[in-house]
Ligand binder design. Structure first.
Ligand code: NAD
Ligand code: ZN
Length: 372
């Protein structure tokens, strides 16, 4: 049985389907939305191709579709316009037109890049996301943010462009490295922090069960709850004009850590996890979050094993990365803080000294946990 959630924005509505074994049913699922004459551009990285291209392509061809495969490069450094430009060339060369479909099979990198290609080729062709990392299954595949990086910063080029459907098969997570699973787990905790304390407490208590994929039905439920929260927020504010900003909890310091350490040092979610520690500290010092509660959850975060220690990053470089980001966007530096666990709001103009302290406290806390 597939478990489905409806996502509704002002101009578009689509469904997210979650079920083990969905990969093998992708053809059948897509036949409900597209005619068998549809030419499908299937995009995946080499690793994902090795494991999952076969079953997906078989299922699509069995359902009558014509499939062309496009191998995607890996690494943040290849999430750029050059990759998009080669995709345009290859898609045009293979005769893709407005009646075609792009199917992204992979993590956030393939989803964001393939989605942006779909958003811009011929002013927009349909695309469907089949996310294969825990991060993309709980976050990036839903919500319509597509795009690529620019040498000046992450995701500076992009479009809000919603997919026609999102097909999630949690069984593919068995081949995903533990570090990548932890990265997705951080975004799951984020939803709990901003919207659902009970869900947060459960995900903290059940960390091993989630990360070790001990119970796939339970994991499907965790993915579902994460996406329900995301879908509700996106339905209210697709273009991030107000409430969608809450999804950036932990991301202000998180992005600064990613940028100042050089992309690739942290997995996105690892930096966000450390960023959530900083945001809890700020919520406790400058907002209304009760101290004991904040401490309890901060300790919970530092017990999550990260592949890199935030303490190894030069503290002096992190704060300037925050300010550069602010300058570039021509906006004031914003932080998502918690008034209580499960209830978030946006704060501006926090004192620079306090922000600096939140960064150094975060770095120390994660060092201590590593026994340094
Ligand atoms: N659009 C959004 O709303 C949004 C939200 C969060 C993050 N992002 C973006 O997502 C990207 C990060 O995505 P990610 O964390 O999914 O990483 P990723 O896409 O870089 O994938 C990580 C690695 O895992 C491999 N992989 C993927 N699925 C696998 C599987 N099932 N088994 C084995 N290996 C597998 C990939 O080949 C890759 O090497 C960043 O570029 C970030 O900016 C976008
Ligand atoms: Zn994120």
């Amino acid at each position: 049985m597939t478990n489905s959630i409806k996502v509704k924005t002002r101009e578009h509505a689509y469904r997210i389907h979650i079920a083990g074994g969905l990969l093998q049913k992708s053809g059948e699922m897509l036949r409900k939305l597209f005619s068998p004459q549809t030419h499908i551009g299937l995009m995946a990285s080499k690793t994902v191709e090795k494991y999952y291209r076969g079953p997906v392509q078989d299922s699509l061809e069995k359902a009558g579709f014509t499939v062309s495969f496009f191998r995607m490069p890996t690494g943040e450094e290849n999430k750029n316009m050059e990759t998009v430009s080669s995709l345009y060339d290859a898609l045009i060369a293979k005769g893709f037109d407005r009646s075609c479909l792009i199917l992204t099979l992979g993590g956030g990198l393939v989803g964001d890049t393939g989605g942006f290609t779909a958003a811009t080729l011929y002013r927009g062709i349909p695309y469907v996301q089949m996310p294969t990392t825990l991060l993309s299954q709980t976050d990036s595949a839903v919500g319509g943010k597509t795009g690529v990086n620019h040498p000046e910063g992450k995701n500076l080029i992009g479009a809000f462009y919603q997919p026609e459907a999102v097909l999630i098969d949690p069984a593919v997570l068995h081949t995903l490295e533990m570090r990548e699973r932890v990265s997705g787990y951080a975004e799951i905790l984020k939803y709990g922090f901003i919207r659902d304390r009970e869900f947060l407490d459960r995900c903290i208590a059940d960390r091993q069960k989630i990360l070790e994929l001990r119970d796939m039905d339970y994991l499907g439920g965790v993915i579902r709850r994460s996406l329900e929260i995301k879908a509700a927020i996106v339905a209210e504010d697709e273009k991030e004009e107000n409430i969608r900003m809450l999804l950036n909890f932990g991301h202000t310091v998180g992005h600064a850590l990613e940028q100042s350490s050089g992309y690739g040092t942290f997995r996105h979610g690892e930096a966000v996890l450390a960023g959530m520690y900083a945001a809890l500290f700020l919520s406790m010092e400058s907002g209304s979050l009760d101290r004991r509660t904040a401490r309890h959850y901060m300790d919970g975060l530092t017990s999550v094993p990260l592949g890199v220690s935030p303490g190894e990053i030069d503290t002096a470089a992190v704060y300037p990365a925050l300010s550069r980001d602010k300058k570039r966007r021509g906006k004031r530096l914003k932080f998502v803080l918690l008034d209580e666990i499960g209830k978030a709001s946006v704060a501006e103009d926090l004192p620079g000294d306090l922000i600096r302290e939140s960064i150094s406290r975060t770095q120390k806390a994660f060092c201590r946990e590593k026994g340094q």
